[in-house]
Design a protein around this ligand. Structure first.
Ligand SMILES: Cc1cn([C@H]2C[C@H](O)[C@@H](COP(=O)(O)OP(=O)(O)OP(=O)(O)O)O2)c(=O)[nH]c1=O
Length: 192
């Protein structure tokens, strides 16, 4: 039996992976998420997902382990990378940029074994309605934006701000389920 691990602290990723019937263990793989100078959003998100998966693999001893890592960033309509907000002012800045406009959510997935790395970046276009200053302040008070890239959670209160989505809903929440199944199957086949 191939042992599958999810290198993530995110409760959303755990729930999404459970949703598709995968049996797995959780490992802690904290990495430095600071972008390199001149790094593009695409390069950043794939590098971080891969580093999380590799850091997870380094913590387990079984030779045939398969480890999943993932990272989500929001890319504003102006092309700025939004991770998790530092504070209310940061969340205000992000949500004002997303208001009444379309942004991209990039979730990269990396599946690693001792021999190989598979990775994929899933890009979803999300359109928001107008967010007033009062709406943003009230939303911050819910606590929902605090630990989420771009200062929102589509699966929560912010679902009511989204008037259009093109791409993968599960990727926006934190793990692209179709792509996860595809890459996991490749990795599992390779170790058996
Ligand atoms: C845009 C968006 C992000 N998010 C979440 C997904 C991720 O958990 C988080 C982005 O931060 P990440 O750094 O990708 O992940 P994480 O720190 O929560 O977990 P780990 O690195 O241990 O795997 O934002 C939502 O839950 N809903 C959304 O709509």
């Amino acid at each position: 039996m191939t042992q599958i691990y999810l290198a993530s602290q995110s409760p959303r990723r755990r729930e999404l992976l459970q949703q598709i019937g995968v049996t797995f263990d959780i490992i802690n793989a904290s990495i430095d998420e600071t972008p390199f100078n001149g790094e593009s959003p695409e390069q950043l998100v794939v590098r971080l997902a891969t580093e999380k998966a590799r850091a997870g693999l380094a913590q387990v001893s079984d030779e045939s382990a398969v480890v999943i890592g993932s990272d989500t960033i929001v890319v504003s309509p102006q092309g700025e990378i939004f991770g998790k907000p530092q504070n209310f002012a940061d969340a205000q800045r992000m949500l004002n940029a997303l208001s009444n406009n379309t942004h991209s959510v990039m979730t990269a997935l990396a599946v690693v074994t001792r021999q190989q790395v598979w990775s994929q970046n899933v890009i979803t276009k999300v359109s928001f309605c107008h967010l007033s200053a009062d709406m943003i302040a009230a939303y911050w008070q819910t606590g929902e934006p605090h630990d989420k890239a771009g200062a929102y959670g589509i699966q929560g209160f912010a679902g009511q701000y989204v008037n259009h989505l093109q791409g993968s809903y599960s990727a926006v929440v934190g793990l692209p389920l179709y792509e996860t199944r595809q890459l996991l199957d490749l990795a599992i086949d390779s170790v058996n």
